[in-house]
Design a protein around this ligand. Structure first.
Ligand SMILES: C[S@@+](CC[C@H](N)C(=O)[O-])C[C@H]1O[C@@H](n2cnc3c(N)ncnc32)[C@H](O)[C@@H]1O
Length: 156
């Protein structure tokens, strides 16, 4: 039986436009592509919106998921270190699931449930661009694993 593909669980709906086109461009090159579950943005006070979105994110995870929360406070690996992590997650037998918060960020319950907290650096990115950056880094990790020249590690 084949394993379910890795999954992106993200708050908000990605409408047709440049972010959607860029995400699709990288995602289609992933083997296998990320399956995407979108969580509706919750209304209300920030903490309550975060809590409801967080509960929906956790409910969307498949059983035994390996949860990676995209979080500014997480570890920020180099692309090479991320490729090594991705190899471990991908070969570990659990379904890797990446969680991206909405405008109010991820609920503490999601961060507490996460197996890993992954930062894309100290800058705050809009959540739709985070999907693009994640898909690009997964594609880069795939290239690093395959020794493909897409990733040029050389630096002076
Ligand atoms: C607009 S940001 C939310 C900002 C919110 N004030 C916070 O501190 O999380 C939306 C989501 O994008 C993701 N995100 C934004 N910048 C990030 C970064 N540098 N590293 C990892 N994830 C990031 C997180 O999942 C965050 O919940």
């Amino acid at each position: 039986m084949s394993r379910p593909p890795p999954r992106l669980v993200a708050v908000g709906r990605l409408r047709a436009g440049p972010e959607a086109a860029l995400f699709a461009e990288y995602n289609v090159r992933l083997r296998p592509p990320l399956a995407v579950t979108e969580i509706a943005e919750a209304r209300g006070a920030p903490a309550e919106a975060r809590r409801r979105e967080g509960a929906a994110i956790l409910a969307a995870l498949p059983p035994g998921a390996l949860l990676v929360a995209l979080d500014l406070g997480g570890a920020a690996p180099s692309s090479e270190a991320f490729a090594a992590l991705w190899t471990r997650w991908d070969e570990g037998g659990r379904t890797p699931c990446f969680a991206v918060g909405g405008a109010e960020g991820l609920d503490p319950a999601v961060l507490a449930a996460a197996d890993h907290r992954l930062s894309l650096g100290p800058l705050t990115w809009p959540h739709m661009l985070v999907r693009v950056l994640l898909a690009e880094q997964l594609f880069r990790a795939q290239a690093i694993r395959a020794g493909h020249p897409y990733h040029r590690a050389w630096r002076p």
